[in-house]
Design a protein. Structure first.
Length: 201
């Protein structure tokens, strides 16, 4: 008995569906949400850049492009506060570096963004200067893919500390942000975790 050929469409095979453990990789260097002025200077530097659309609760399609870095314009916070946006942006795999672009340099918003957990803020009024900082972060602390705990950059030393952990490099960037200010910082942690070395950095 001959059966009719099956013309049903077969699902497209992707690294995630093959089951061979292949790690997802970034398809896009930088995703911009509400920052069209940054696209040209970033593209000129050779980065694959695209505008991402969506609100905090509807970013799935944008995150499927796996941007290594996402820059969110502060004006988009009207759609949700810093914490809500950050939770949505961190659903991406691998997790992107997150920047909040605040061209008017609002000090209270800078503080709120850093406390919420954004990797960095861009208070520069010049799109070219802001783009240079994003490009530098992408080069120096490239996001991870898969389960490899090391940054893609060969940079491992920060003052007297050494690490290839992405989480530690997030901490080091925060130290660099706070160091030039007059603010007081309370360092908490168990004995031997490097609090004194961070304080001296």
């Amino acid at each position: 008995m001959n059966s009719a050929p099956d013309h049903r469409r077969k699902p497209r095979e992707t690294p995630d569906s093959r089951g061979d453990g292949a790690a997802p990789t970034a398809e896009l260097d930088i995703g911009l949400i509400g920052c069209p002025e940054l696209r040209r200077p970033l593209t000129r530097r050779g980065h694959k850049t695209a505008a991402l659309k969506g609100r905090p609760g509807a970013l799935t399609a944008a995150l499927e492009r796996r941007p290594a870095v996402i820059v969110l314009h502060a004006d988009r916070l009207e759609d949700g506060g810093p914490e809500r946006w950050l939770r949505a942006l961190r659903r991406g795999r691998p997790q992107p570096l997150t920047f909040l672009y605040i061209p008017d340099g609002d000090a209270a918003l800078v503080r709120d963004a850093l406390l919420a957990g954004f990797d960095d803020v861009l208070p520069e009024t010049s799109p070219s200067v802001a783009a240079e900082r994003v490009a530098s972060a992408l080069t120096d602390s490239a996001p991870l893919s898969g389960k490899d705990p090391r940054p893609a950059s060969s940079r491992t030393r920060f003052h007297r500390l050494e690490s290839r952990s992405r989480e530690m490099w997030r901490l080091f960037r925060k130290v660099e942000q706070v160091a030039p200010t007059d603010g007081s910082v309370l360092l908490l942690g168990e004995t031997g975790t490097g609090k004194e070395l961070i304080a001296r950095a």
